[in-house]
Design a protein around this ligand. Structure first.
Ligand SMILES: [Zn+2]
Length: 90
């Protein structure tokens, strides 16, 4: 983990200040600067790693739904072709 510095005063004397739970990100470690009492959160690699499986699942879902919609589009076009031949020009 990279060295933490206060975003407000660049002080390196930082302490943990509890965990904040959010709906989208889950649990986030909060920090507090001992010098200026500024409280902040750090978006570190651990957060991204934890959320990676979710992102992959989401892209697969999007890919599959994209595939099935393409398939549907093709079958709709084929059905339409039989009914109206002028459709081929468009
Ligand atoms: Zn500070």
């Amino acid at each position: 983990m990279k060295e933490l510095v206060c975003p407000h005063c660049k002080e390196k004397d930082i302490k943990k200040d509890g965990v904040r739970t959010t709906e989208k990100r889950g649990k986030i470690q909060r920090y507090k600067c001992k010098l200026c009492k500024y409280r902040f959160v750090v978006d570190d690699g651990f957060y991204r790693m934890r959320n990676k499986p979710e992102i992959i699942t989401m892209s697969i879902d999007m890919y599959v739904s994209n595939l099935s919609s393409r398939k549907n589009e093709k079958s709709i076009k084929q059905t339409f072709k039989h009914q109206n031949k002028s459709y081929e020009h468009s």
